[in-house]
Design a protein around this ligand. Structure first.
Ligand code: ACM
Length: 679
């Protein structure tokens, strides 16, 4: 038996290596085990599906969606002949839970041969996951659409793979959220964390407390009927919906209708200003309110988990309120943190009374809380490990903030089990449930939110589903780009919106030359955009500038940088790389003159004039550097000094954007001046 296990383990590793070296299977997330076969299954008009075993409404709907999607992707209207052998046979042993549970079996096996395909799973939820894999496998070939022969055995690494969407700062309508649920299902994510209230808006209809939305929103919120329908839509796609009501901080919107909940005098406006308002944890009336409110919301949201926020309680309103300070002293508390812990303890009891498990941001971590609570780590991986050491279950979000505009590779490198968590015992590690990417909504609208979430979110989905060893960055980018195309077929607008927004800026002019510039810039990173927002942000201002339209990560810049690395490593001999580098540099050098009339004619684009000039200057610098390298000459110091001035100018942010091709051009300039940077 032991020998057999070793043989199996070696075999599994071999499969795994194969899975990693077969990037032509554009799967994301990469399955746990992939065994390529020989041959391929044709996808043509005769395509049909047969279902045996357990079957429920959600499976039938999933199969229907799958067939529609395959038909849409391939453009083939399926017309199977009656009585013919089904192309894809599906068999599930069991149905799903009526309310999706954390850890419900999502495994599946998919075998594709040239004669047909078979998808089996212990549950209909696993079938859903397998159908998404099948869709990703479909590819175009000279002989038509096919699915390559393959045997896949797959299951998730973590049971909790979420995406947080903030709908408070900018309201995001249900139809936009639904297409993002479709995207999540495509990459096998299974939790939508719905950040429903914050300082800037309360977004859920409460029948018990109608002023929460009447006064605490701009009129944009979800009715309870819409929420029920949305949760059913998510359930159909194998996605849990966890609500978050962020308290006691981030709660100004509550106080417009119910000022007695707050620790200060008010009056409050959604626009804010002044010190951050916080809920008053010292009054019994606060808990009476929360009892009634949470009971109502616990019924509306069937998920077993209920997020109470708990982050960034700065405590200034507590400091400024003598009654609250008196309460702290009278209860022998040391500080505001103790007061928040007291609040959380009482809150936890209310949540538990409603048969829910409390989830909160890492600030809630306190030994007085019962070990059932889940801690969501956002300030660093340290808190995830600290929670696990104290016996709490945890989720990682630090490193997965999509609003920080990081490149996909940076998110991809963050693993819930690395960093501080790497030294945990196996028992402690078992408390780490997974993670969530976060799309905070200060700088997104329904128009561009997709392009901030996708395709980078697919990479985080892979980190949470696939084996830890799946981490080849080049393979990741190839597969991410393929999945990005698939996601557009689902109705996501991450690519199409960019073109629409640029067309708005350009009026009736052709946007081709504008794209040359837009394709090599990125928004400023981290929280740097806030620098220019003097005072409170106007959340009703248009987000229609170039920064709002461009991709968080420039594909062109990444590819150009790769070309320069290839060229450098070849000792400046790789002709193919040099030809392409030359082509790009020429395009950039010449683009400013072509773009100038357009920039001048649109008020949107005038701020981008210096950016276009800098790109042109970079192109010229790079071309001259190539020339020196070609001739084997060392560029003179004076020339180099001039080019470095150009480069340093191009490094400065313009219109809240960064030119992403500066570093590789600098590399060429330094190399031509005899400073080799082969690394
Ligand atoms: C957070 O980003 N304040 C959770």
């Amino acid at each position: 038996m032991r020998n057999l296990l070793i043989v199996l383990a070696v075999f599994a590793c071999a499969l795994f290596v194969q899975a990693q070296t077969q990037p032509q299977l554009n799967l994301m997330p990469m399955p746990a085990s992939v065994q390529p076969g020989s041959g391929q299954l044709a996808i043509n008009q005769a395509f049909s599906v047969a279902v045996t075993g357990s079957r429920d409404g959600s499976l039938d709907a999933a199969v229907q969606r799958f067939t529609t999607q395959l038909s849409r992707q391939t453009g083939i209207p399926f017309r199977p002949k009656a009585g013919s052998t089904p192309t894809l046979q599906i068999h599930a042993d069991h149905g799903r839970q009526a309310v999706q549970k954390l850890g419900e079996d999502e495994s599946y096996e998919l075998t594709v041969a040239d004669s047909g395909a078979k998808l089996t799973a212990p549950t209909t939820l696993g079938i859903q996951r397998g159908l998404q894999t099948f869709l990703q496998l479909a590819q175009i070939t000279p002989s038509g659409f096919v699915v390559p022969a393959v045997t896949i055995k797959d299951q998730p690494r973590f049971p909790w793979r979420g995406l947080l969407i903030d709908v408070s700062r900018h309201f995001i309508p249900i139809d936009v959220l639904k297409r993002n649920l479709d995207g999540m299902a495509a990459v096998k994510m299974n939790v939508l964390h719905w950040h429903l209230s914050d300082d800037q808006g309360f977004r859920v209809e409460s029948k018990a407390f109608p002023k929460l939305t009447q006064m605490g929103s701009d009129g944009m919120f979800y009715t309870q009927a819409e929420i029920r329908e949305f949760i059913a839509y998510a359930h159909d796609r194998g996605i849990r919906v966890m609500p978050e009501f962020d308290i006691p901080g981030h709660s100004r919107s509550w106080f417009l209708g119910y000022p007695d909940l707050s620790s200060g005098a008010g009056p409050y406006t959604l626009e804010g200003g002044g010190i951050d308002p916080i809920m008053d944890p010292t009054r019994e009336s606060t808990y009476k309110f929360l009892e009634k409110f949470i009971a109502e919301m616990a019924k509306l949201f069937p998920d077993a988990y209920f997020h109470i926020g708990g982050d960034e309680v700065d405590g200034k309103q507590w400091d400024a309120n003598p009654k609250i300070q008196e309460f702290i002293k009278a209860h022998n508390m040391k500080n505001n943190q103790d007061l928040q812990a007291y609040f959380n303890e009482r809150l936890q009891k209310i949540v538990a009374k409603n048969h829910k498990t409390m989830v909160g941001w890492d600030e809630i971590l306190h030994p007085d809380l019962p070990k059932t609570v889940i801690v969501q780590s956002w300030r660093g991986q340290q808190s995830l490990a600290a929670a696990a050491k104290q016996g709490y279950r945890g989720l990682l979000s630090f490193g997965y903030y999509l609003d920080l505009m990081w490149p996909a590779a940076r998110h991809y490198a963050v693993d819930p089990m690395s960093d501080a968590a790497a030294d945990l015992t196996p028992q402690e590690k078992s408390l780490i449930l997974g993670g969530e990417s976060c799309q905070w909504a200060e700088w997104v609208t329904p128009e561009n939110i997709d392009s901030h979430i996708w395709p980078r979110n697919a990479v985080i989905a892979e980190r949470l589903w696939s084996p830890q060893e799946v981490k080849d960055v080049a393979s990741m980018y190839t597969r991410m780009n393929a999945v990005s195309h698939d996601l557009e077929w689902l109705g996501l607008t991450h690519n199409s919106a960019r073109a629409h927004m640029m067309q708005r800026m350009a009026g009736n002019s052709d946007i081709a030359v504008l794209r040359v510039l837009a394709d090599v810039v990125e928004p400023v990173k981290d929280y740097n955009r806030w620098d220019d927002a003097k005072g409170p942000i106007d959340f009703h201002a248009p987000l229609t500038r170039m920064i709002d339209a461009v991709s968080p990560e420039s594909d062109t810049a990444r590819r150009f940088s790769d070309l320069v690395q290839t060229f450098t490593q070849s000792g400046y001999k790789d002709q193919a790389a040099e030809t392409q580098i030359h082509m790009w540099l020429t395009t950039w050098r010449d683009n400013d003159a072509r773009l100038h009339p357009l920039l001048a004619q649109s008020f949107f684009l005038q701020e981008d004039v210096p950016l276009s000039q800098d790109l042109s200057a970079l192109g010229a610098a790079g071309l001259q550097a190539l020339d020196y390298l070609d001739k084997g000459q060392t560029a003179p110091d004076a020339w180099k000094a001039q080019q470095m001035a150009v480069i340093n100018q191009a490094k400065t942010r313009q219109a809240d954007m960064l030119l992403m091709v500066v570093a590789p051009v600098q590399q060429l300039v330094e190399a031509s001046a005899g400073q080799s940077r082969q690394n």
